[in-house]
Design a protein around this ligand. Structure first.
Ligand code: GLY
Length: 300
């Protein structure tokens, strides 16, 4: 049975998934496909929460977080990458070409350049104008990430989290994000933290999180989801446990959102969110689509 498929977070996943599907179609691996999806999104200037064109911190500096994972012992991550749009690719280099799991800041940039990535300015002129406008209008903190989930507003995008399965049945995951818009300099979210933004166990399943990283990091969101699967829970029940844990243990504000996406080794998947607005992009041999989550804890 064909299980090959890619699922990724938010609307921008739809076009980014096509880059990954090309890889799977040619017989490529799930990690190659997940990386290709991230690369496409990182170069999409419309995506203001990922890669080039991502919104900066409060000082106007764009810093990127990302990670990749195949399983325990096979993962890599970068945080506060400042001069290369391809956080997921550099994370993969960390996994494959270093003795480490996570590189940050200047060291991450140096590592990227040593491995062939050109030094690049990540702040586009359009985003610089938006940052200046944000400062002119008072520079209030925007909770959530990317454009921020603001209560009462329509869906926006955030971290792209990608889960893929190839024809060998190998699961892989990747995330890439510019993090919370206008964040404190030095802030790192859940996206580069294994077990928080992403966790993959090849025998059990893979989970990614998107939304307000501080909430996900409080409950080890992706690790918790996979551990619930390991205990025999369904994907929906596992996601519900994570989201309810967040709701119970933290002060969740109207502007906060968290969504979780799970892919199982049989190719089936499920998603859930605290609020309306989150969508999953799916591509497989029958086509592509955007899907509403099967569970929303606080529907509007
Ligand atoms: N979920 C991405 C972040 O909080 O940075």
């Amino acid at each position: 049975m064909t299980v090959e498929r890619i699922v990724s977070t938010w609307t921008f996943g739809l076009s980014a998934n096509r880059a990954g599907w090309k890889v799977l179609n040619k017989g490529g691996s799930s990690i190659d496909a997940a990386e290709a999806v991230c690369c496409a999104c990182e170069l999409d200037l419309e995506a203001d929460s990922v890669g080039l064109g991502g919104l900066p911190d409060m000082n106007g500096e764009v810093t990127l977080d990302g990670c990749v994972m195949l399983g325990p012992g096979q993962h890599g991550a970068v945080a506060a990458l400042g001069h290369c749009p391809h956080a997921a690719s550099v994370a993969r280099l960390v996994m494959e070409q270093s003795r480490h799991s996570l590189l940050v800041g200047r060291g991450a940039d140096q590592f990227a350049q040593q491995h062939g990535h050109q030094k690049k300015d990540l702040l586009t002129e359009e985003v610089r104008e938006r940052w200046l406008e944000w400062k002119r209008t008072g520079g209030t903190t925007i909770h959530g990430t990317g454009s921020g989930h603001r209560a009462g507003q329509l869906p926006i995008d955030d971290t792209i989290g990608v889960l893929a399965i190839d024809k060998e049945g190998t699961l892989a995951g990747a995330c890439t994000s510019s993090g919370m818009a206008y964040k404190e300099p030095g802030r790192v979210g859940d996206s580069p933290l294994i077990g928080h933004g992403l966790y993959v166990d090849p025998q059990v399943g893979a989970a990614v999180a998107t939304g307000t990283g501080e909430l996900v990091m409080s409950v080890c969101g992706s690790f918790l989801a996979v551990e619930e699967l390991r205990r025999g829970q369904s994907p929906e029940a596992s996601i519900t446990t994570v989201l309810e844990r967040i709701m119970k243990s933290l002060h969740v504000k109207p502007e906060h959102q968290v969504a979780m996406l799970i892919l199982l080794p049989d190719g089936s998947w499920s998603a859930g969110a605290i609020r309306d607005g989150y969508v999953t992009a799916e591509i497989n041999h029958t086509g592509e689509k955007l899907c509403r989550p099967s569970l929303v804890l606080l529907p509007s």
